[in-house]
Design a protein around this ligand. Structure first.
Ligand SMILES: *Cc1c(COP(=O)(O)O)cnc(C)c1O
Length: 215
């Protein structure tokens, strides 16, 4: 099933859009099956799971961290991952930069935007993104490559569209500012229920779990 799901998605997703297989709660063998069917990037939320996945699979995939970042886990995140999609504060950015400098590594990162401005949700409020970028653009061991958003969860996929549109507008605005060391190359938005809408609205990374691995 996993292989068929991946092949169907890869056939559907337009060129230039990267598929991240969101692997929370999945075994290494399920993740490997997705990779063998053509997935090139795995997104992990939890470090214990990521360690198990990476131990079994290693460099056969690229590893994106897509979970909430806790300060005391940043060292491990720096070691394990190729990209961190969920930067949402200057403290987290500085701590990741420091750990990456110890490793002699430059980490591509995305800024997670709380596009729904939901109080309890992770992500930076859209109006605070500019300030954050100004504060972190001088860091040498992380490089901002774009934005990521979840958006509020709705019953109807179409209800997500305004949040994808506003995040894409922010992404375009930031590109025009030409802040040193800040690139707007990736826009990560859309999951199983919403990836088609996200792609219509400019996503070039979609993070899909359920549609690949099942419920
Ligand atoms: C779980 C998860 C996804 C994928 O969600 P599905 O609805 O299963 O496709 C995408 N992004 C993040 C950050 C997630 O935690």
């Amino acid at each position: 099933m996993i292989a068929e799901n991946v092949k169907a998605l890869l056939a559907e997703i337009p060129q230039g859009v990267e598929l991240v297989a969101a692997a929370k709660g999945r075994s290494a063998s399920e993740v490997l099956e997705a990779i063998q069917a053509g997935v090139r990037i795995i997104g992990d939320n939890y470090l214990q799971e990521a360690e198990a996945h990476i131990a079994a699979i290693g460099t056969r995939a690229k590893w994106h961290f897509i979970g909430t970042i806790q300060q005391n886990k940043i060292k491990t995140i720096a070691v394990l991952f190729d990209t961190v999609e969920t930067i949402d504060s200057v403290e987290i950015a500085r701590a990741l930069d420091r750990q990456c400098s110890y490793l002699g590594k430059v980490m591509p990162v995305l800024i997670e935007v709380n596009s729904g401005r939901e109080p309890q949700k992770s992500g930076v409020s859209p109006e605070d993104v500019e300030l954050l970028l100004g504060q972190i653009s001088s860091l040498r061991n992380i490089k901002v490559q774009g934005l990521m958003t979840m958006g509020p969860r709705f019953g109807e996929p179409a209800d997500s569209r305004p949040y994808f549109v506003s995040t894409r507008k922010l992404y375009e605005q930031i590109s025009k500012w030409k802040i040193p060391n800040i690139a707007m190359k990736y826009l990560s938005m859309g999951m199983t229920n919403t990836y088609r809408i996200a792609i219509e609205e400019g996503a070039n990374i979609v993070r899909i779990g359920t549609k690949i691995f099942g419920e």
